[in-house]
Design a protein around this ligand. Structure first.
Ligand SMILES: CC(C)(COP(=O)(O)OP(=O)(O)OC[C@H]1O[C@@H](n2cnc3c(N)ncnc32)[C@H](O)[C@@H]1O)[C@@H](O)C(=O)NCCC(=O)NCCS
Ligand SMILES: Nc1ncnc2c1ncn2[C@@H]1O[C@H](COP(=O)(O)OP(=O)(O)OP(=O)(O)O)[C@@H](O)[C@H]1O
Length: 234
């Protein structure tokens, strides 16, 4: 199974691309999993309320007020580091369990949709990494419009992520959405995933079968991916 890493800066168009990929292959979305691990009753929820206090709870006094927590952590790198420490290992474990589920069901490919793919080191597991990108002005405009943010909050959210140049350096494929419409973004993405298309990155059916029925080959292929990614970092 080909693991496709999909990443990009906030509001650059990753979710739009992810939906198009999801028409053809299963997607494991880190933002969705990140919401699950902080549901009331989860271990991360308890730690978050203990550390950040009752101010980050919603009017029902139970679920998290995500906007309030966001204001705390995007303005303060130390608070963000603490929140990441409470959530990231759990997000990673849950995502990897889901990937394993798709592998066991015989999926040809699976998308790991993760805003912090490189920061979390998950790119090391991916056979192909797609970086969704757009220029800084477009990013600011899209973020402020979508999330109704003032400029300062939008800036601090952007600053919480790695520099776009560093992200682009890790890409196998770049999807620059600066001059695309939403439909254009979807179309470009589909061209990489439609089975049999001339630009398709999907592995052939026979290769998927070989890996499925001869596990040592799948293992060697996975090790090769890990080593070649590691090699590219140096
Ligand atoms: C801070 C929280 C409560 C804000 O919630 P909110 O609903 O406003 O935003 P949402 O979760 O939809 O995230 C929107 C985008 O913000 C960016 N983002 C989220 N968390 C982080 C972070 N810790 N560091 C940098 N960027 C982040 C991502 O680009 C993400 O796509 C929430 O994002 C959170 O719990 N973050 C910690 C977990 C995490 O890192 N999630 C990102 C996926 S790994
Ligand atoms: N060409 C385009 N491609 C993708 N999104 C676009 C485009 N033009 C405008 N948008 C808008 O930009 C906003 C951000 O897009 P999207 O939600 O896909 O970003 P994202 O990278 O997934 O953000 P996040 O990191 O917060 O999850 C959306 O409101 C979307 O409709």
């Amino acid at each position: 199974m080909l693991l496709i890493g999909l990443t990009g800066g906030i509001a650059m168009g990753k979710s739009t691309a992810s939906k198009a990929l999801g028409e053809w292959v299963p997607v494991v979305d880190a933002d969705v999993v990140a919401r699950e691990v902080v549901e009331p009753g989860e271990a991360a929820y308890k730690e978050i309320v203990e550390y950040f206090g009752q101010d980050i709870l919603g009017p029902d006094g139970k679920s998290l007020d995500r906007a309030a927590l966001g204001r705390r952590v995007f303005a303060d790198p130390e608070a963000r580091r603490v929140l990441n420490g409470m959530t990231h290992p759990r997000i990673r474990r849950r995502m990897l369990r889901r990937v394993l589920g798709h592998y066991l069901q015989g999926a040809r490919a699976c998308v790991l949709d993760v805003p912090l793919l490189f920061e979390a080191g998950l790119d090391a597991l991916c056979g192909v990494v797609i970086v969704v990108h757009c220029d800084a002005e477009k990013q600011m405009e899209r973020l402020r419009t979508r999330d109704e943010l003032d400029e300062e909050m939008a800036r601090s959210k952007i600053a919480a992520q790695m520099a776009p140049e560093d992200r682009l350096r890790g890409a196998d494929l770049i999807l620059d959405t600066s001059d695309l419409t939403v439909e254009g973004t979807r179309e470009r993405t589909r061209s990489w995933i439609v089975p049999g298309g001339s630009q398709s990155i999907l592995p052939s059916v026979w290769w998927v079968r070989v890996c499925r029925f001869i596990p040592p080959i799948a293992l060697i292929s996975a090790l090769w991916t890990l080593l070649s990614r590691r090699w590219r970092r140096f």
